[in-house]
Design a protein around this ligand. Structure first.
Ligand code: GLY
Length: 349
């Protein structure tokens, strides 16, 4: 088991290892008062792990409730948040109680956002059950729901009190879900760790717990430096500006990991064509994405994608903070005019 401490406005531990669900109660009791706990999960994850988690929490003295919503990005909406808030109020939750997010990124983002605004903020913990949530969304305190105009447009920064990544839960993931997580792991490699990039490409022969821990360490360092996303944290958005546009253009049939994968490749090819990136970098990214079963392009045109990037949170008037790979292991934030974003995407497609 690995333990990583995150130093933000709240200091918390991330535990990564097998059989952690069975120890969730004692680990949670060490982090928060033992009172009421609301397990928020979706209708695919809760039947798999909900009872195991609740029995561990109950054995440690927590009084458990659960709120289960339908799986999928389509349900990451304010209407579901309102239902969670009403449930917390009806069950007389207060600031000393805790919300437990059991699931993937959608669940963590929503449970975290409900916790951020209920009674102006109560504690929550993340129990990620997808690779993508384990290496990215469960750490760093970004919580949100989608609006009609774009992803994650309504949210808050609210750090969890604890993150428990039970690697046993990753064994039930469909290959597509694993690939989604690998896209985010490759992203960390492209941003700042060429060795990690090679290992993720070769993930079948690597120790997955160690790779997850390395990704969390990178995220820990970035978030400790820029918790509120005003500077270096934007590096973590490599591939995301174009990726979110691809997801939105597909009506969210294309998953987040697939969007980020194609977004990374498109930006790398575009940057290379415009002389912004070391020759050969795009091919290295394409090969790694291919090895991980991820797409390297999409069927949408540059105008469609460039227009959708305007709704991105990283938009700044007519400018976008685009993350440009210079080479594997080195990326930079480049404030780019909307027209130039369109040009770069067109070259990258
Ligand atoms: N997922 C990017 C971030 O947490 O900043």
């Amino acid at each position: 088991m690995k333990k990583i401490t995150v130093n933000t406005s709240r200091v918390y531990e991330v535990f990564i290892g097998g059989r952690l669900l069975s120890h969730a109660g004692e680990l949670l009791a060490a982090a928060v008062p033992v009172q009421k706990a609301l397990v928020v999960s979706d209708d695919i994850v809760y039947p798999l792990y909900g009872k195991k988690l609740e029995s561990s929490l109950s054995a440690a003295g927590f009084s458990c409730r659960n709120f289960v919503f339908p799986n999928g990005e389509a349900h990451k909406r304010l209407s579901v948040i309102e239902e969670i808030l009403e449930y917390l109020a009806k069950e007389h939750f207060c600031r000393s109680d805790v919300v437990v997010a059991l699931g993937g990124g959608v669940c963590g983002d929503m449970a975290g956002f409900a916790a951020a605004i209920f009674c102006r903020g109560i504690r929550y913990i993340q129990v990620p059950t997808t690779l993508l949530a384990a290496v990215d969304s469960s750490v760093g305190g970004k919580t949100a729901v989608d609006l009609s105009c774009g992803k994650n447009l309504c949210g808050a920064f609210h750090q969890p009190a604890l993150v428990l990544c039970d690697t046993d839960t990753l064994s039930t993931l469909a290959p597509q879900n694993t690939a989604d997580g690998l896209a985010e792991m490759l992203k960390y490699g492209v941003i700042c760790d060429a060795d990690l990039f090679e290992k993720v490409k070769n993930y079948k022969n690597e120790d997955m717990e160690a790779l997850i821990a390395r990704c969390v360490e990178i995220k820990r360092d970035v978030v400790a430096e820029d918790e509120f996303d005003r500077g270096t944290r934007q590096l973590l958005n490599l591939g995301h500006t174009v990726g979110h546009a691809i997801e939105a253009a597909s009506g969210f049939k294309i998953t987040h990991g697939q969007g980020v994968a194609a977004g990374m490749a498109i930006v790398a090819r575009g940057a290379e064509a415009l002389g912004l990136c070391t020759p050969g970098t795009a091919k290295q990214i394409e090969d790694a994405l291919d090895a991980c079963g991820l797409p390297q392009n999409c069927d949408f045109d540059a105008d469609t994608l460039a227009t959708l990037t305007l709704s991105d949170k990283k938009a700044d008037g007519d400018f976008i903070h685009l993350i440009i790979p210079r080479r594997i292991g080195k990326c930079e934030i480049v404030r780019t005019k909307q027209d130039d974003v369109r040009r770069l995407i067109a070259r990258g497609l």
